[in-house]
Ligand binder design. Structure first.
Ligand code: HEM
Ligand SMILES: *[C@@H]1O[C@H](CO)[C@@H](O)[C@H](O)[C@H]1NC(C)=O
Ligand SMILES: *[C@@H]1O[C@H](CO)[C@@H](O)[C@H](O)[C@H]1NC(C)=O
Length: 243
């Protein structure tokens, strides 16, 4: 009973006091999701839930919680994440247009698309969960060196596009979906790399994809400078140009 009240109070105060360490739940240890917890096709949102930056159960996550978690944990600009969070919320099945269940993000054709680096295409059934078979050939390219350059990121995407085109008779990869996928590469390069130069630490990116964990143990620290929308656009443009 007391625990329940404490949790409700923590949830209420987190909306008011996000970003103030010590308030709003600063329990950010890694814990795997339980059987009733929801997760998404996004490895980073899953990692944020696994660290309690987002509700660990993945239910009823608000747009503000998404934006604040990405700011608090990664220093990604709200100007960059809010539009994506708002688009994501259009997949909501919660009955409240400002919240979503993480699994709602698997709805195909909103953000979710074919040709993911680490998930299978919807045609094959599961477009949400990490898929080691899909990821293996991608990982071989991505993690061949200790840093992932922009060229390497583009090469991994190319390999996955070729493999998906060969395997999936209903492949659907529009220009805008291709652009989304460039942005997703830009995001891991921006969060785990250096400015807009790429060179993301392979081990950190691997921990995000394979364990849905933020690689604190491996030395990751929140960026000291804000990762701006322009940084992400620049990186996405470089990934596209390198293709
Ligand atoms: C509001 C913010 C965000 C939302 C709503 C969101 C949502 C999504 C969704 C729905 C996908 C699946 C796309 C697909 O079909 O592959 C995805 C993929 C991805 N997201 Fe996020 N995301 C957000 C922020 C971030 C951030 C900050 C990162 C930083 C590293 C990130 C990294 C990725 C990566 C690397 C993928 C590609 C996964 C793959 O190809 O297997 N996302 N995201
Ligand atoms: C999610 O929100 C709905 C509607 O407010 C509520 O009925 C449900 O219990 C919530 N789920 C969780 C796990 O909090
Ligand atoms: C391809 O995706 C678009 C947008 O997601 C959708 O409108 C269209 O019906 C899809 N086409 C096929 C053949 O699935």
């Amino acid at each position: 009973m007391h625990l329940k009240i404490a949790i409700v109070l923590a949830m209420v105060s987190s909306n008011v006091a996000y970003g103030l360490p010590g308030l709003g739940g600063n329990d950010h240890e890694f814990r795997k999701p339980g059987p009733n917890d929801y997760r998404s096709p996004c490895p980073m949102l899953n990692a944020l839930a696994n660290h309690g930056y987002l509700p660990r159960n993945g239910h009823n996550v608000s747009i503000d919680q998404l934006v604040n978690a990405l700011d608090e944990a990664l220093n990604v600009s709200p100007l960059s994440t809010r539009p994506v969070a708002e688009l994501g919320a259009t997949t909501s099945t919660t009955g409240n247009p400002t919240t979503l269940h993480l699994k709602d993000l698997a709805k195909h054709g909103v953000i979710e698309h074919d040709v993911s680096l680490s998930r299978n295409d919807i045609y094959f059934g599961n477009n949400l969960a990490f898929n080691p078979k899909i990821f293996a050939p991608v990982a071989k390219i991505l993690f061949a060196r200790d840093k992932i350059s922009i060229e390497t990121a583009a090469k991994a995407r190319r390999a996955r596009i070729t493999a998906a085109a060969a395997a999936n008779p209903t492949l659907n990869f529009t220009t805008s979906e291709d652009r989304f996928s460039q942005f997703e590469s830009a995001l891991y390069l921006g969060v785990f790399g250096t400015g807009t130069e790429g060179n993301a630490k392979s081990r950190w990116v691997e921990v995000m994809f394979r364990e849905e964990r933020i690689p604190y143990k491996e030395g990751f620290k929140r960026s000291a400078v804000v990762i701006t929308n322009q940084d992400i656009v620049d990186l996405a443009d470089k990934v596209a140009a390198a293709a």
